[in-house]
Each structure stands twice: as C-alpha cells, then as structure tokens.
Design a binder for this molecule. Structure first.
Ligand code: ADP
Ligand code: ZN
Length: 208
C-alpha cells in the first residue's frame, strides 16, 4: 500500500502516520525527519537546510525529490510506505509520478486557529522526535529515550505563520491534484477517533 498523508503543518499527519505504519507494517517516510537528521551534520549544505527549515520555508524541490527517491528505493519500502510531508508542491507531486504510483491520499483537516495553538505548545525530543505538549507541564527529558526536549525553531510564532502561508500557497493545490484519490478526515477529535475511519478505509483498500 502506497499512501500519501496530506495536511497543513501541525494538522496531526505525523501522529496518524505512526498509527498506520504500526498497523499496516509499512514504513513512515517523513521528509521533515529526514531533513532534521541531515541538518545535524556540520557541512555548509546541512547549514543551508537548517536555515531554510528554521524560517519555515521549503527546501528546493530538486533536493527534496532526490532524497525521497533514494529513500523509497530502499528494501523496506518494497511492500509500500506512507509519505508524511511529501509531496508539498505540484512539482514534487509530478516528480513522484515518475518514481512510483500512489494508491491513496489521506487529507487531514484541522482549522488554522487550532493548528496555531497546537504548534505553539508543541515540544519535540531532539533525539527520537517524540512529540510532547508544553501544556502537560515542563518536561526536560524524553520519556522514551531520555533525549533533550526542545521547541523546534520552526514552532516559534513567526515561523508558524510562514509555514501556514507556504502550505496555503504551495501545498493546498495538491488537494485538487489528487481529488480522485482523496480520503478526508477531520482531526478535531482524539487521535483514536480520527484514526478509526482511516483504518476502516485502509482495510478495504488492502482487500481490493
Ligand atoms: P511540519 O509538517 O510540522 O511543518 P515537517 O517535519 O514535515 O514539519 O517539515 C519540517 C520542514 O522540513 C519544513 O518546514 C521544510 O522546511 C522541510 N521539508 C519537509 N518536507 C519537505 C518537502 N516535501 N519539500 C520541501 N521542504 C520540506
Ligand atoms: Zn526521545
């Protein structure tokens, strides 16, 4: 099963992708996670990527597509995968069509006002990427791996605004691009409730 999770930053794509990945035994491929790993290196290229990400802008399509292609050519992707954060532009979607074919696109919907609230209070483990909320009290270390908990540079107010603008301008046109393969779900409830209809939909898709 080859899937795309589409949705604004902070809509909850990543959390949903983790559940799908566990239930359907396909890897979650987050281009954001791949870029964050890359940005930890010391060379000039890594620094450039890090600066783009901190501002909330997009890494150029050419670099992103090359990285994605290399990732899905790996052995663990041969039975399928979930793309989380890719494609983010029409150019990326077109490039993807030359790499592989996608079975379905899941659109995660959430009002921008809720997204801004959630992203502003989001905290992330700098080692494993586990997500926490500042509203749960101050946490210094990750419960899973002991890593340091931080606020991502792009979860600061100015970057959040910019990311939502970029989503509206560059990514939301993909909703039309994929209109025939789109399954919509609203993430204004708990993750469990959001996931339920998605799971049913994917079970049916799997049986086809
Ligand atoms: P979120 O969905 O919460 O904004 P991600 O972890 O998906 O965050 O991505 C973080 C950053 O990584 C983006 O703001 C962007 O700079 C870069 N990035 C991730 N995926 C892509 C992509 N497909 N194309 C270009 N840049 C990307
Ligand atoms: Zn951790």
């Amino acid at each position: 099963m080859k899937l795309i999770l589409l949705g604004a930053p902070g809509s909850g794509k990543g959390s949903l992708a983790k559940k799908i990945s566990a239930d359907f035994a396909i890897p979650q491929i987050s281009t954001g996670d791949l870029f964050r790993a890359l940005a930890k290196k010391e060379d000039d290229f890594a620094k450039e990527v890090k600066a783009i990400m901190a501002s909330g802008g997009l890494v150029p399509d050419e670099i992103t597509c090359k990285m994605l292609k290399e990732r899905i050519e790996q052995e663990d992707c041969k039975n399928g995968f979930i793309l989380d954060g890719f494609p983010r532009t029409i150019a990326q979607a077109k490039a993807l069509e030359n790499i592989t074919s996608i079975d379905s696109v899941i659109l995660v919907e959430l009002p921008f006002s809720v997204i801004i609230e959630r992203l502003s209070s989001r905290r992330t483990c700098s080692s494993c990427g586990e997500i926490y909320s500042a509203t749960d009290g101050k946490l210094e270390n990750c419960k899973k791996c002991g890593g340091k908990i931080i606020q991502r540079d792009d979860d600061k107010p100015e970057s959040i605004k910019h990311r939502l603008k970029v989503y509206e301008q560059s990514t939301s046109p993909l909703i039309n691009f994929y209109s025939e393969r789109l399954f919509k779900v609203s993430n204004d409830k708990s993750l469990e409730e959001t996931y339920r209809p998605v799971k049913t939909f994917l079970k049916n898709l799997e049986e086809k």
